[in-house]
Design a protein around this ligand. Structure first.
Ligand code: HPA
Ligand code: MG
Length: 226
């Protein structure tokens, strides 16, 4: 019984580190939508590995936050798949222990990327009143953290509503030259500084329907350029 196994805390971790020289897996080794053939270079993280890592993050989050209600704040659009799977795993773990955690799930939408470039104007789309966050334990769930600028802006926005605690779960953290000191509390993977797609991460709204996290090819970039 997995729930009975004593799991040692990871502490704050950079997650599974994928080095710059990691060539990825050949696309021929996996299934992926035929409409993307030629648009990808390789599989960086297969879907199954994402799910296994997510299960462990759920465990860590339960260990840290499991004593109180949680308000999950899913950062759209890229975060929807990770958030859905993470919440699912937290629910499964609570079912298997005698320890259920009331969770509310809310959504906030950010946009800052055009093609594969971060634009200056980060905006919170349809920013609603988040005053219900006051006094709550908030778990912000993001798919990817690059420079950390997006995360900093978002955290400032959320902090203004006076939650009791804010933790951040990020599936991917990019090793960028100017990594901000502001890193997620729970990190799935640390990845090289290259543009990735799949598992809800997009390139101009394409590739969200790809299960694996992949590197986009040059011809893929050209094909879907705006
Ligand atoms: N892929 C997709 N969306 C992103 C990325 C990325 O590598 N970085 C920031 N937003
Ligand atoms: Mg995007």
């Amino acid at each position: 019984n997995m729930a009975d196994v004593a799991v040692q805390s990871e502490g704050r971790s950079s997650g599974i580190v994928i080095n710059d020289d990691w060539p990825g897996y050949s696309l021929d080794l996996f299934n992926y939508p035929a409409h993307y053939s030629g648009d990808l270079d390789c599989v960086i993280i297969p879907h199954g590995v994402i799910m296994d890592r997510t299960e462990r993050l759920a465990r860590n989050i339960m260990d840290d936050l499991g004593d109180h209600d949680i308000v999950v704040l899913c950062v759209l659009k890229g975060g929807y798949q990770f958030c859905a799977d993470l919440v699912d795993r937290i629910k499964a773990l609570s079912r298997n222990s005698n320890h259920t955690i009331p969770m509310r799930v809310h959504f906030i939408r950010l946009k800052s990327y055009l093609n594969d470039q971060s634009t200056e104007d980060l905006h919170i789309v349809g920013a609603e009143d988040l005053s219900f966050l006051a006094g709550k334990n908030v778990l912000v769930v993001e798919a990817i953290v690059g420079t950390g600028k997006t995360m900093q802006t978002l955290l400032k926005h959320v902090e203004a509503f006076r939650p009791k605690m804010i933790k951040v779960a990020g599936l991917l953290v990019k090793r960028v030259p100017h990594n901000s000191p502001c890193l997620p509390d729970y990190v799935g993977f640390e990845i090289p500084n290259r543009f990735v797609v799949g598992y809800a991460l997009d390139y101009n709204e394409y590739f969200r329907d790809l299960n694996h996290i992949c590197a986009i090819s040059e011809s893929g970039k050209t094909k879907y350029k705006i």
